[in-house]
Design a protein around this ligand. Structure first.
Ligand SMILES: [Zn+2]
Ligand SMILES: [Zn+2]
Length: 368
């Protein structure tokens, strides 16, 4: 976004270059970045990487100013005479990690691309530093690109959620064929490791202000077992691999904040209670108030309806993935011989409405 002076957000002026502790004393002792020390660049940005090494990037003021009003502001300020310079160019000491700055500049200079697939396993942890830095320097375009992919992985509509679930299910069916994995549970490359993690998504939502992704991330977390994955309580690798073979998902439980555990447990309980209550209120049969031929009800027995409802209740109690359980029963209602078409349609309508309500109330259940 170009600055037209109307941006109401407060902007930090970066008039004085900031120095990090342990940064090399002079810009001459910074190592020139191999790909980003451009001959015709007109500003030198220096930053220190995680190992304490100073890295210099020679880039273009116009490019940075065009994508960031913060940089635009910084470059319009007259450079004080005592300011550092190198090879006749102004030097800006950046407070950011050199590695993070490198990732951002690589994208700006089209030397690397942002992940474009919402199921990219690099999402969201690999884009996190870029997103943080893009927010800091108000690089709206880059921020929006990343946020839109993150939102796709943690959708805010049930329709998109269902579509993504079907996509992952299909991937899972083909997964082991792709690496000729034997059926002896020897798979060392589970699909789970290639899908975005919910705990990282929750922390990204909080740190980078993307609250829209929280309901889907919490729902996903609420259906996972705490036994699986590197942070899980199950230490028998063979058992873990057996689960992964069937597409089980994991979470980095040790990185989840205490208050989010509380949200998770309370939310899971509230969700199940709400669903159980709604199911209790369903009609015993759906014949009433319907205009239909008497003989349509021929195959319909109260016992069949009762059996169907108790199976739904049982599955809700034993399976944490309520939305998926309900979806399965929609399919079953469509094909069952337990009751008549009228009752089938009644159940399908009610289950659909229940799923929609569960999704709608996720922020309430999980206190988001
Ligand atoms: Zn495999
Ligand atoms: Zn019926």
């Amino acid at each position: 976004m170009l600055d037209d002076g109307t941006n109401p957000r407060k902007r930090k002026r970066m008039s004085s270059p900031m120095e990090r502790e342990g940064a090399p004393a002079t810009s001459a002792s910074f190592k020139k970045h191999e790909a980003l020390y451009l001959e015709d660049g007109n500003v030198i940005m220096c930053a220190v990487n995680a190992t304490g090494e100073g890295i210099a990037f020679r880039v273009h003021r116009s490019i940075l100013a065009s994508v960031s009003p913060v940089f635009a502001d910084m470059f319009t300020l007259p450079l004080p005479s005592e300011n550092e310079s190198h090879e006749g160019l102004p030097v800006v000491r950046m407070p950011d990690q050199a590695d993070d700055l490198e990732m951002l500049l690589m994208i700006l200079y089209h030397k690397t691309a942002l992940p474009s697939d919402h199921l990219d396993p690099r999402m969201p942890h690999a884009v996190r530093p870029i997103l943080v830095i893009a927010c800091k320097y108000e690089m709206e375009n880059i921020r929006e690109q990343i946020v839109s992919i993150v939102k796709k992985a943690w959708p805010s509509s049930l329709q998109c959620w269902d579509r993504m679930e079907a996509e992952i299910k299909a991937m899972n069916r083909q997964w082991h064929q792709q690496h000729d994995c034997a059926r002896d549970y020897s798979c060392r490359d589970p699909l789970d490791a290639h899908l975005p993690g919910p705990v990282a998504a929750i922390s990204l939502a909080r740190d980078c202000d993307i609250p829209e992704i929280l309901p889907a991330a919490f729902y996903h977390l609420s259906r996972l077992s705490m036994e699986l994955g590197p942070d899980g309580s199950e230490h028998d690798e063979r058992i873990q691999r057996a689960y992964f073979f069937h597409g089980e998902r994991t979470a980095k439980w040790k990185s989840l904040a205490g208050e989010d555990y509380y949200r998770l447990f309370v939310g899971r309980k509230k969700l199940r209670e709400a669903v159980a209550k709604e199911i209790e209120a369903w009609p015993k049969d759906y014949h009433e108030n319907r205009i239909a031929e008497e003989d349509l009800f021929e195959d319909c027995s109260e016992a069949g309806i009762h059996e169907f409802v108790s199976r739904i209740k049982g599955s809700i109690r034993t399976n944490q993935d309520t939305l998926s359980v309900l979806l399965q029963f929609i399919e079953e209602a469509d094909t069952t011989t337990l009751f008549c078409c009228d009752c089938a349609w009644g159940f399908i309508e009610d289950i659909n409405e229940l799923r929609a309500r569960v999704w709608e109330h996720l922020p309430e259940y999980f206190d988001l």
